[in-house]
Every structure is written in structure tokens, then in C-alpha cells.
Design a protein around this ligand. Structure first.
Ligand SMILES: *Cc1c(COP(=O)(O)O)cnc(C)c1O
Length: 455
């Protein structure tokens, strides 16, 4: 494709863009359990307006746009207070959880090198820790060791972490909460071990950090995870998940400025302007900052508390409803609005997911890994309230319908054929062949994904 020779009209362009959405998830229906965090139409239109008002302002240089600096400072300061940090806590606004976590890893790596003289700093991460830490290790060329979790609660095992810490460990990570099972790791125990061993500790509060303090006020119990816990040295928290900000909004916080300093990049060794980047992005829109600031002021603590109450009640209803369906079981005991559901006996979880998706629900498959059975993930939103009863009713119908469907033969055949294949030697040709056998050609995915998920 080439850039069109002549420009098109406004209506034509906007119409063409709208038409592109035809096959996207219809998240406004509310029948979508993931990806979109929907605060309702009034808040959504405010976010859009705030975003576009700052769309062209560039957060590259805070001296040129002091408005953006003040928005960032306030967003960081509100996050620090929300997570019980004192006046020493310092941080930045970032584009998302991945950037926040990557910066925490980078700061820990450089702290280990500069303060402890470790040449090749390493990370210790429970198997339930988010994949972005593997990505950080990959990008920053660090070794990462995973540790097992409790097979019933899916929480990190502090003793396994203590065993995994070695002389090169720079950082241990705990989740509050974990994405897959919605549980909070025993942060006080892990942080005490980290502190005793002279290792930094990051709490990944990307998805749970914002709502957990509200849930606690409503009486839902979880371990302490914030700056009130000695030994916690950094926390990531996304505004673009359950604070309902526009996408591109997260914060990374450090216990003090000395730690934060290690994430900053300064570069003057070229012929252009001096680069002073506290975060990974350089040129960036002011839109996400303005939209995040707008939604926090629109909702206020009162508004979030009200939404948290709805989500807490709906999660309770969801868990009870699922437990009442034969063959379905919730993994662990969710401490936030995230639920993992597995199927047992003659009920195949992937066929159930396909059946629900065919009826217009979107639920997310999670593959089996390290003691966590294959399951599907549900993120409860305020909008879920309208759909809870029909969802549970249809889930029961679909479970009845697919119960007894045998596991796919093709999956078994493929597994046998490729069981000795080393992924590192997988050529594009072999990969195309595998996809072809699984019914995938070109860029089109099959309607039903059960067999692919099984493989
Ligand atoms: C979503 C998430 C991340 C990554 O955040 P992105 O905004 O998708 O980059 C990291 N950790 C946890 C626990 C998450 O849920």
C-alpha cells in the first residue's frame, strides 16, 4: 500500500475509520470481560474532551509546557498518597504498566551495579508475576528466576523466594494483585526477606493497586502491599485500568528520590538538543495526562468507592454463581474483581469459551502453567452489573451443551508431531505448516479457538 496521491475529504476519512471497527470487540455492549475499562458514557465523553484539549502539547520538555509538569506532579502525588507513601516518595507518569515495571527493573539494575557492585544483576519473580517482567529482563539483558506459588491460593511462596535470592539478585517482585487469579501476594513477608538480604522489592499494583484501598475500606480483606510495608521500594499502578483513565496512563513510584534517580536517562553526546528523559518515551502527547487528571477529579474518592462497591458485590455474585454450575470452579479466592474459572471432569474449558464467544460474550482464555490449570479470566466492571444474571444463565446453558465434548484429536496429533521440536529452531515454514493444520491461513483466525488453545 502507498500513501494516497491526493488527500481525501473529512467525512470520507472518518467514515472509513468507523467502518474498520466492524469486526472489533463490541465493548459498549458490556458483554466483554476484559481489555476495556468502562466508566460509563458521561465520564467517557469528559475523558475524550480532556484528551483532545492536550493532544498536541508535548511532554518531552516540561519547561516548555509547565501545564503538563503540574499535571504529572499531581498525578504522582495523588498516587503516592493513595498508596500511603510519605513526602520522600518520588515517581513519574508513564505510558502503561509495562513501562512502569520496566523502569523499576532498570532502576534496580543500576542501583545493584552502582551501590552493591553487582556486575550482572538478576530478578526473582513468582510464576504468577506479569509477563512484562520477562520482557524487561529480555530488553535489559538480565537473568530472571521464577518461583512457585501456593497450589491452592496461587499466592507467591516467601520461602521459595528466600531460596531463590542469590548474591546477584537486584530485585524481587510481588503482585497486588496478580492478573490471572486476582490475589495479593504476602507482600509483608516477601518485603521483610528482601530487606534482610539487601535486595530491592517491587510491588506490581498495575491492575490492583488503585482499587484495593477502596475495597479495604468496604471491608474486603487483603495483605498490606503499599508503602506502609517496610522493605517495599517501588510500586507500579495503572490509571488506565481501574481508575478508568484513557489508555497510556500509569505511574511508577519509588520510596525515595535516590532510587528514582536511577531510572533517568541523560544524553548530550550528539549534535542536537540535550535529552533528559525520566521515562522511556521522549516526545509524547499531553492527552493521557490530561485525561487521567480529568477522570480522577470527575469521580473523586466518593465516586470510586461507589464503583468499587458495585464491583465487589458483582464479584461475590459471580463467584457464587460459578460455584453453583457443575464442573466449574474458581481458582483460589479472589481478593479483587478478577476471577479465574477452570472446568473439570468432562467439561472442556476451551469449548466452553468458544460457545460463550459464539453467543457474543467475550471471555479470555488463560493456558495451564506451573500448577495453574487452564481456565478463563473475567474482569468485573461496573457495567457487568447489567449482565450478571444473563451471563450466569448462559454460562450454565453453554456448560450443559458442551459437557462431554471430547478433547480435540487434532490437538493430540499436533502435540505428538511437534513434541520434540525446539521452539528456537522453528522456521517460518514449519510455523506456517503448524498453523495450516490448526485451520489458520493468512491472517484470518478460525471462529472456534478451542483446538488451538489446547495445542
Ligand atoms: C496490565 C498489567 C501489567 C502491564 O500493563 P500494561 O498497561 O498492559 O502495559 C502489568 N502487571 C499487571 C499485574 C497487569 O495487570
Amino acid at each position: 500500500m502507498r500513501i494516497p496521491e491526493r488527500g481525501l475529504g473529512r467525512e470520507e476519512i472518518l467514515g472509513a475509520l468507523e467502518a474498520r471497527k466492524a469486526h472489533d470487540l463490541d465493548w459498549r455492549s458490556g458483554r466483554v470481560w476484559g481489555y476495556v475499562y468502562d466508566p460509563g458514557p458521561e465520564a467517557a465523553s469528559l475523558i475524550k474532551e480532556a484528551f483532545t484539549a492536550f493532544l498536541s502539547e508535548n511532554a518531552l520538555d516540561p519547561t516548555a509546557f509547565p501545564s503538563l509538569l503540574s499535571l504529572e506532579n499531581e498525578l504522582v502525588s495523588m498516587a503516592a498518597a493513595h498508596l500511603r507513601g510519605d513526602e520522600n516518595v518520588a515517581g513519574n507518569f508513564t505510558s502503561g504498566g509495562t513501562e512502569s515495571c520496566m523502569l523499576a527493573v532498570k532502576a534496580a539494575r543500576d542501583y545493584a551495579r552502582e551501590v552493591r557492585g553487582i556486575a550482572e544483576p538478576e530478578i526473582v519473580l513468582p510464576v504468577t508475576g506479569h509477563a512484562c517482567f520477562h520482557k524487561a529482563a529480555h530488553y535489559l539483558d538480565m537473568k530472571l528466576t521464577t518461583t512457585p506459588v501456593d497450589p491452592k491460593t496461587y499466592k507467591a511462596d516467601p520461602r521459595a523466594i528466600a531460596d531463590a535470592i542469590g548474591p546477584n539478585t537486584a530485585l524481587v517482585v510481588g503482585s497486588a494483585a496478580s492478573y490471572a487469579h486476582g490475589v495479593v501476594d504476602p507482600i509483608p513477608e516477601i518485603a521483610a526477606i528482601a530487606e534482610e538480604r539487601g535486595v530491592l522489592m517491587h510491588v506490581d499494583g498495575c491492575i490492583g493497586g488503585f482499587l484495593l484501598p477502596f475495597f479495604r475500606r468496604l471491608g474486603w480483606k487483603h495483605p498490606d502491599f503499599d508503602f506502609s510495608v517496610p522493605g517495599v521500594t517501588s510500586i507500579s499502578m495503572d490509571y488506565h485500568k481501574y481508575a478508568f483513565a484513557a489508555k497510556g496512563a500509569s505511574v511508577i513510584l519509588y520510596r525515595n528520590k535516590d532510587l528514582r534517580r536511577r531510572q533517568i536517562f541523560v544524553g548530550g553526546s550528539w549534535t542536537g538538543y540535550t535529552v533528559l528523559n525520566p521515562t522511556i518515551q521522549s516526545t509524547k502527547s499531553g492527552g493521557p495526562l490530561a485525561a487521567a487528571w480529568a477522570i480522577l477529579h470527575f469521580m473523586g474518592e466518593e465516586g470510586y468507592l461507589k464503583m468499587a462497591r458495585t464491583m465487589m458485590e458483582m464479584t461475590g455474585k459471580l463467584v457464587a454463581g460459578i460455584d453453583a454450575i457443575p464442573g466449574l470452579r474458581v481458582l483460589g479466592t479472589p481478593e479483587t474483581n478478577l476471577v479465574a474459572v477452570t472446568a473439570e471432569g468432562d467439561l472442556n474449558v476451551f469449548h466452553l469459551i468458544d460457545e460463550m464467544n459464539a453467543r457474543g460474550w467475550y471471555i479470555q482464555p488463560q493456558l495451564g502453567y506451573c500448577g495453574s490449570r487452564e481456565n478463563f479470566h473475567l474482569s468485573v466492571n461496573p457495567a457487568s452489573e447489567r449482565w450478571m444474571d444473563p451471563f450466569l444463565a448462559e454460562l450454565r446453558e453453554c456448560a450443559d451443551k458442551v459437557r462431554g465434548t471430547p478433547p480435540s484429536e487434532m490437538a493430540g496429533t499436533l502435540r505428538d508431531m511437534f513434541k520434540d521440536l525446539d521452539p528456537a529452531t522453528l522456521t517460518p515454514e514449519t510455523f506456517r505448516q503448524m498453523l495450516g493444520m490448526a485451520g489458520v491461513s493468512g491472517s484470518a483466525l478460525p471462529e472456534r479457538m478451542a483446538e488451538i488453545n489446547e495445542v
